[in-house]
Ligand binder design. Structure first.
Ligand SMILES: CC(C)(COP(=O)(O)OP(=O)(O)OC[C@H]1O[C@@H](n2cnc3c(N)ncnc32)[C@H](O)[C@@H]1OP(=O)(O)O)[C@@H](O)C(=O)NCCC(=O)NCCS
Length: 163
């Protein structure tokens, strides 16, 4: 049996989110660890991959407006990587965005982060830029979206058009 067959993806309400902190601790450092912990507390949606009732991965998402979904963070416990768990979490988020009517989904990843670039590319995300996004959504809306998405220097914004 593959890891994927044992995985269940569930919503995590705010009171249960501290149980996911160990995954962030293993996955991020410095500013990203601080920021991901903060988001874990206040972000709209947290979904966890559960294996035998233990959380082994998480994804944090937000609807930026009814047409636009954003993936803040996706992370998998070190011992559980390369088993397709992040892919399951991302596919689950894309399904939820789609059923909510999203037309575009964004994510930002650090430059030269091969695992996350590979993960998002495998689900059809491609790099985009402020100029490209503002052609579609206008300058002001794009500035506001960048602020909410917290795209920082050294990151690449990725985009997927929902079909
Ligand atoms: C990025 C991360 C979430 C991937 O989790 P994972 O469960 O190991 O990923 P999956 O097994 O689902 O892999 C899905 C695809 O991602 C890519 N990928 C995952 N790990 C990779 C690696 N180490 N090197 C290159 N590509 C990788 C591959 O395309 C893979 O598909 P394949 O196995 O068919 O080749 C995990 O490495 C992690 O938690 N990293 C630290 C946190 C982070 O950087 N998050 C992303 C930015 S928010």
């Amino acid at each position: 049996m593959t890891a994927q067959e044992n995985i269940e993806i569930v919503d995590v309400p705010p009171e249960k989110r501290p149980g996911l902190d160990y995954i962030l601790e293993e996955s991020f450092e410095g500013w990203y660890l601080w920021h991901s912990r903060r988001r874990l507390r206040d972000v709209e949606i947290v979904r966890a991959a559960m294996s035998s009732d233990k959380p082994v991965g998480l994804v944090m998402t937000k609807t930026l407006d009814p047409n636009i979904g954003y993936v803040y963070y996706i992370a998998v416990a070190k011992a559980q990587r390369r088993k397709g768990i992040a892919k399951l979490l991302l596919e689950d988020s894309l399904r939820l965005f789609k059923s909510a009517g999203a037309k575009d989904v964004f994510a930002s990843v650090e430059e030269d982060n091969a695992p996350s670039e590979g993960l998002f590319a495998s689900e059809g995300f491609t790099p985009t830029s402020f100029n490209e996004v503002s052609k579609k959504y206008g300058n002001l809306h794009t500035v506001n979206m960048y602020r909410v998405m917290t795209v920082v220097p050294g990151e690449v914004l990725l985009h997927k058009v929902m079909s």
